[in-house]
Design a protein around this ligand. Structure first.
Ligand SMILES: [Zn+2]
Length: 293
């Protein structure tokens, strides 16, 4: 079952995006055998990346977000496209941290509080857009809110959450609230007040899985809330053999043949879905012969 993403516009002044990402997070847990805190960190990053991609105009538009802090999880990578596909991986899937004093998973402790977010967007322009910002807390939501403000000059409120029970994700989701330039002070402070009252967005999606209903519960009584048609999001890897061939070509002839000599073939495993690709010696020869012609 795909996840559902809902967009709403409040009085033509504020955009609210809500995504219930429970299925995608469960797929990530299964593929990567994630520890609870790794599931929370990657789940939040997958959710915000899918929310970022929801504004894309073309199906081939693509965003990659990399969170690299000084914590034991290492790098977190998430990618999403204009078709609603999202995927991700972490360096250390087994990372464990002690629980915080409030009993919650210590995502900031796993990610680290010092480091960077880098976002690369390929949206059909000659050059990709690359933005970067510093981490604030390592809790992901605050870090991305800061990224949007600093790097994209887009003031946003970001709420992200992953709720786990017995190794499974029972609810995950996120809200991205974007303030449009024409937004008036009065509506802004009201929306800020309500956004500030959301303590755990994963609980909202736990009790109310429908993202439209989640928006309605928080903002429904404000004037002129217009809902767009919902769209679907799913964890899906877009790896294929031609991508692997390009990767092998990028190694260069010398290194590629060194690997073949040592191992008899070149085996590549996709970081995002675990699929294994195997290029035999003759495949590698063909690949470089074709290139040199
Ligand atoms: Zn893959």
């Amino acid at each position: 079952m795909p996840d559902i993403l809902q967009k709403a516009i409040i009085d033509n002044q504020i955009t609210v995006l809500a995504l219930n990402s429970t299925s995608s997070v469960n797929k990530a847990i299964k593929l990567h055998d994630l520890s609870p805190v790794a599931a929370a960190a990657l789940g939040r990053t997958l959710t915000v990346t899918a929310l970022m991609a929801s504004g894309f105009k073309n199906p081939t538009d693509y965003v990659t977000a990399v969170v690299k802090g000084n914590g034991p999880i290492g790098s977190i990578t998430a990618c999403a496209d204009g078709k609603g596909n999202v995927k991700g991986c972490v360096d250390n899937n087994a990372v464990e941290t002690t629980l915080r004093e409030d009993g919650h998973l210590d995502v900031g402790g796993a990610v680290g509080k010092t480091g960077k977010i880098t976002v690369i967007k390929n949206i059909g322009l000659k050059q990709p857009y690359i933005g970067t910002s510093n981490l604030i807390t390592g809790e992901i939501a605050e870090d991305f809110a800061n990224y949007f403000a600093v790097s994209e000059q887009q003031p946003c409120a970001v709420s992200l959450g992953v709720k786990l029970a017995k190794g499974k994700c029972v609810a995950a989701g996120g809200l991205l609230i974007q303030v449009l330039p024409q937004c008036g002070e009065e509506l802004l402070s009201e929306v800020e007040k309500r956004a500030g009252m959301i303590k755990e967005i994963s609980n909202s999606f736990y009790t109310t899985p429908d993202p439209r209903q989640v928006i309605d519960n928080i903002f429904g009584d404000l004037p002129d809330v217009v809902y767009a048609l919902p769209s679907s999001v799913r964890y899906k890897c877009d790896c294929n053999i031609s991508r692997i061939r390009r990767l092998v070509l990028s190694l260069g002839r010398q290194e590629a043949f060194d690997i073949v000599k040592e191992q008899g073939c070149i085996e590549v495993q996709c970081h995002f879905c675990g699929k294994k690709y195997r290029l035999e010696q003759q495949d590698v020869e063909q690949l470089f012969d074709k290139k040199s012609k």
